[in-house]
Design a protein around this ligand. Structure first.
Ligand code: PEP
Ligand code: MG
Length: 304
């Protein structure tokens, strides 16, 4: 079976009726890039930058981060690398951040909320990312967005960083800026958010948690943690429609992206990109190549 999948290397992600989709890889570490290339990913759709912070006893410096981002960008040789800014808090705690105990950390001080509160940490990461952009095709994505004002504030900080780099004569390239859609609020205002960013990527792990009000970490609730819930699927459809109506692309980088029982659904919604763990890329390509979207689309979308 593995040998059969390997025959799909170098082939396009195209359906029987000619619809194309991008299949990218999720990584959590710079060492994963070899596996990404081996499995013929079109790019990296989610680089969880947390590992840089989790594996250390102190804040990673700009230089340390720069080297990691640059290496990944260079090794991907011009293919898109979407790096997500720091997403700690909730289930990912880092001692040296000295975070206060919270009764409800999943709804607490985490991700972009920390970055907008402790701007020196955010700016250090943004400087490293922009510096690395001179060495490959880097995009930046921001987690846990709930409002347009957050995005506007992020863009202001990004402009400051670019200005500073320019003044210092440090080179950088154009960088696409995107946001993760992983809160119901972001879904419901995705028409407005789409006017402010270059792309969306849906984090279905958190979106399911917050939509169904089910802690993704509580094994007792596994049975009802249902990512196929129509509440979740309708949200994904809404995000796709709002993205496309506003001329931006959108993808999915949560676990649901690799759920082959939903590939036909995602293709029917016109989703542009699915980002999955490297070992699942060729299986997903196979599924895409066996699908005829025109044949299944109407009956699938009717049921959502
Ligand atoms: C998600 O929430 O679906 C996601 C991709 O982010 P993480 O799993 O890292 O929270
Ligand atoms: Mg998430």
């Amino acid at each position: 079976k593995k040998a059969l999948l390997l025959q799909l290397k170098g082939k396009e992600n195209v359906t029987l009726d000619g619809k194309k989709i991008k299949i990218y890889a999720n990584i959590g570490n710079a060492n994963d890039v070899a596996n990404v290339l081996k499995n013929d990913a079109g790019g990296i759709g989610l680089f969880r930058s947390e590992f840089l912070y989790l594996e250390k006893n102190d804040y990673p410096t700009e230089e340390e981060q720069f080297i990691v981002y640059k290496t990944v960008a260079e090794n991907m040789a011009g293919k898109k690398v979407i790096i997500r800014t720091l997403d700690i808090g909730a289930d990912k705690q880092v001692d040296y951040f000295n975070m206060e105990h919270e009764e409800n950390p999943a709804m607490g001080y985490r991700a972009i909320r920390i970055c907008l509160d402790r701007k020196e940490i955010f700016k250090t990461q943004l400087r490293a990312l922009y510096r690395a952009s001179a060495y490959g095709k880097i995009s930046i994505m921001f987690p846990m967005i709930i409002s347009v004002s957050e995005v506007l504030e992020i863009k202001e900080i990004v402009e400051e960083v670019k200005e500073e780099l320019k003044e210092q004569g440090i080179p950088f390239s154009d960088v696409e800026l995107g946001i993760m859609i992983e809160t119901p609020a972001a879904v419901m205002i995705s028409d407005l958010l789409a006017k402010e960013v270059d792309f969306f990527s849906i984090g279905t792990n958190d979106l399911t948690q917050y939509t169904l009000a089910i802690d993704r970490q509580n094994p007792k609730l596994d049975k009802i943690y249902d990512s196929h819930h129509r509440g979740v699927l309708r949200m994904i459809k809404m995000v796709a429609d709002n993205a496309h109506a506003n001329g931006i692309w959108m993808g999915i980088c949560g676990e649901l992206a690799s759920d082959l029982s939903l590939t036909e659904t995602f293709l029917s919604m016109g989703i542009d990109e699915l980002s999955v763990s490297p070992s699942l890329i060729l299986g997903l390509r196979k599924k895409v190549r066996e699908t005829n979207v025109d044949e299944v689309k109407n009956s699938i979308l009717e049921k959502i």
